[in-house]
Ligand binder design. Structure first.
Ligand code: NAD
Length: 274
């Protein structure tokens, strides 16, 4: 496929664009992920909390693609954080996926009130040392959480997956990540498909390039060097969302998109999500 790779801080290559499968039922995940793999996707973002690791894994196995050609991300849910619990929980995810390693394992949320992300990360370091997770990272970590992790543990996260789209651009987090060699991955990259895609600025840019608003947004992410994992269960949209490698937004387009930042989240605040 024509999706470029981002090289993570441990040398692992990760396709810059993949499919997210939040809110996809386990039974549906097999056909949705199967369609995406057939359409050129080589990265899939699931989580234990999505309850579709089994259906996702089935699609990967049934695709017939060599294991090393598919990049699989899953995540540990808050209630399973803790050293021993993480090791057990990881085994259960692998079993459901039907795989013997994952490409990227993420702490889904820092859940600061639980105060377990440091010990959870130490278990992640063991999974990485054992080669069962080829890269380890976090999700929804603010710079304060990342700073503490880097002070109290050995390995700098390869990735931080955060809410990120033109209406919530996270300048401070992105700057912190680049300073420390952490790749920024955008969740809800399309703003969950709600109001964002109806923004008139996107409409104008879409008409200018003969593309859809979703494609303009994905192009913005790619040009900002984000990893991006748009979700869709609709085959035509799955195809549309990966068909973004043959046009370029110019400086003026990028400037207009920069102006859309509202500073407001659609999702939960990591400080209070437990
Ligand atoms: P998204 O921003 O990817 O939006 C998906 C929605 O946009 C779809 O349900 C559909 O309604 C619409 N859509 C998709 N393609 C479209 C197109 N081409 N044209 C018009 N509408 C289109 O939302 P998301 O699912 O929240 O985020 C993507 C992925 O990010 C998730 O599936 C999940 O893997 C990940 N995620 C992670 C976290 C986290 O806490 N780490 C939180 C949310 C999402």
């Amino acid at each position: 496929s024509n999706v470029p790779n981002i090289i993570l801080n441990n040398g692992v290559r990760m396709p810059q664009l993949g499919l997210g499968v939040w809110q996809v039922a386990d039974e549906e995940a097999t056909s949705v992920v199967g369609h995406a793999l057939a359409s050129g996707y080589r990265s899939i973002d699931t989580a234990a909390a999505y309850r579709n690791e089994r259906g996702t894994g089935k699609a990967i196995t049934e695709s017939g693609l060599p294991r090393e050609d598919v990049f699989v991300t899953t995540k540990i849910w808050n209630h399973q954080q803790g050293y021993d619990s993480t090791l057990r929980t990881f085994d259960a995810s692998l079993e459901r996926l039907g795989l013997d390693y994952v490409d990227l394992y993420l702490i889904h949320w820092p859940a600061p009130a639980l105060d377990k992300y440091v010990e959870t990360w130490k278990a992640f370091e063991k999974l990485y040392a054992d080669g069962r997770a080829k890269a380890i990272g976090v999700s929804n970590f603010k710079p304060t959480h990342l700073r503490r992790l880097m002070e109290e543990t050995e390995i700098v996260p390869a990735v931080n997956q955060i809410e990120l789209h033109p209406w919530f651009q996270q300048a401070e987090a992105r700057a912190f990540h680049s300073e420390h060699g952490i790749a920024t991955e955008a969740w809800s990259p399309l703003g969950q498909g709600k109001g964002l895609l109806d923004d008139p600025v996107l409409g104008t840019l879409a008409r200018k390039h003969g593309r859809s608003p979703a494609q303009v947004v994905l192009r913005w992410h790619l040009q900002m060097d984000h990893l991006v994992i748009p979700k869709s269960v609709t085959p035509s949209r799955i195809d549309e969302n990966i068909d973004v490698f043959d046009f370029t937004l110019d400086e003026d387009d990028m400037r207009q998109l920069a102006g859309l930042d509202s500073g407001n989240r659609l999702g939960a605040d990591p400080d209070t999500m437990n």
